[in-house]
Design a binder for this molecule. Structure first.
Ligand SMILES: Cc1cc2nc3c(=O)[nH]c(=O)nc-3n(C[C@H](O)[C@H](O)[C@H](O)COP(=O)(O)OP(=O)(O)OC[C@H]3O[C@@H](n4cnc5c(N)ncnc54)[C@H](O)[C@@H]3O)c2cc1C
Length: 351
């Protein structure tokens, strides 16, 4: 935890970082007292409390003046990744709950999985779950490289950018997708004793907020873009990886993502040229949405390419196309897409 020693600076500079053990060497409980537990909407199995520390033993972690910096880099960056992994896992669970229910629930004479509107919900759930998994595990891979001294400066910057963007997008999509799964379960979706979905829905509200709210993450990304041009390594990564994709079946999607990347570069350039802080803050969330979709689409294409090269019986390219159509293909209209119904039915066949 962070705490301000007596006489230290105001602001974050005066915060030291400390490890506070629960029990002391002689087995007695350290000096902390719980005023009250919080009555929370979500994460209720993990207690949150107001705590007073009185004569508590604490061990200083690193130099006092670096306390806040260390807390942010050691705790927040890791927690933001773990938060995203939790959201990806919850989306996967929501997909499994909804898809299985849809195959076994009959309404109006058929399993509801036969109805295109239900299939569309399952397709949304599956494609968002694989996108969140792709981005979160790529970030875990980058962190591995950083922690073992194998990352270059660009990869360190890419991590710094993506860990914030990914925390933002996975928690937003997580809430949307659990809600979508609840819809598939109809009335049962609202029953706490029927499935885990109501609990996951409540937990997601907390996952959206702690470790950085959406706006706070977005303004941090904006600051990093202005100070360090941290978006440039993302564009370099996207362009390099897209150029390496050879599979014929992926080329149409690759072209869409290239164009999305170009559009976003121009949007950011326009924002920089205006040099207006309030304008940039007002629009940064839209830019972060686009950056998140660009990164996730590129990572899904890389995974699709690898699975095709391994001659796996892979569904990833279909899920990738669905994701890219949803988020990046300009003016995409499912009503004009002759393959739409066939594609939807394939998501249910996966179950
Ligand atoms: C269950 C739970 C457990 C928690 N556990 C811990 C813990 O163990 N340790 C810990 O340190 N913290 C913990 N937190 C705190 C949590 O990280 C913060 O609540 C969260 O980061 C939001 O900060 P805040 O509550 O101060 O909101 P505020 O910063 O007051 O934000 C309120 C609103 O204003 C917006 N906002 C704020 N600044 C800006 C800006 N510059 N531009 C635009 N919008 C802005 C926010 O996005 C938000 O919508 C926990 C929170 C919860 C709910």
């Amino acid at each position: 935890m962070t705490a301000r020693p007596e006489g230290a600076h105001d602001g974050t500079k005066g915060l030291g970082l400390f490890l506070v053990p629960r029990t002391l060497d002689d087995g007695s409980v350290n000096g902390f007292y719980i005023r009250r537990l919080k009555d929370k909407l979500g994460t209720r199995t993990l207690a949150s409390a107001e705590v007073d520390f009185v004569d508590a033993v604490a061990y200083q972690v690193g130099p006092l003046e670096d306390g806040f910096k260390n807390a942010v880099s050691l705790v927040l960056n890791t927690s933001r990744l773990l938060n995203a992994v939790a959201c990806a896992g919850i989306m996967r669970r929501a997909y499994i709950e909804a898809a299985h229910y849809a195959c076994h629930r009959d309404a109006f004479g058929h399993a509801i999985a036969k109805y295109p509107l239900v299939q569309e919900a399952i397709a949304d759930l599956y494609s968002e779950a694989v996108a969140a998994t792709a981005s979160s595990f790529f970030i875990a891979h980058l962190l591995d490289k950083i922690e073992t001294g194998q990352a270059n400066e660009n990869e360190e910057q890419l991590y710094r950018l993506l860990v914030n963007i990914n925390k933002y997008i996975t928690s937003i999509r997580g809430t949307e997708m659990v809600h979508r799964a609840i819809e598939v379960l109809g009335g049962n979706g609202a029953i706490e004793s029927f499935s885990i979905l109501p609990r996951l829905y409540r937990d997601l509200v907390v996952l959206e907020s702690w470790e950085g709210t959406h706006n706070v993450l977005c303004v941090q990304v904006l600051r990093d873009m202005q100070r360090y041009h941290i978006h440039l390594p993302l564009f370099a990564f996207v362009d390099t990886k897209l150029a390496q994709i050879e599979s014929e079946v992926l080329q149409d999607d690759v072209a869409v993502v290239y164009k999305a990347s170009d559009r976003l570069k121009k949007t950011i350039l326009n924002m920089e040229e205006r040099d207006d802080s309030m304008y940039a803050q007002a629009h940064i969330r839209r830019i972060v949405d686009d950056m998140a979709h660009l990164a996730q689409a590129t990572l899904l294409l890389i995974e699709s390419e690898w699975e095709l090269q391994q001659r796996m019986d892979t569904f990833k390219p279909i899920a990738t196309t669905y994701f890219i159509n949803r988020h990046l293909r300009p003016n995409y209209d499912p009503m004009q897409d002759e393959d739409y119904l066939t594609r939807l039915a394939q998501f249910v066949d996966l179950v």
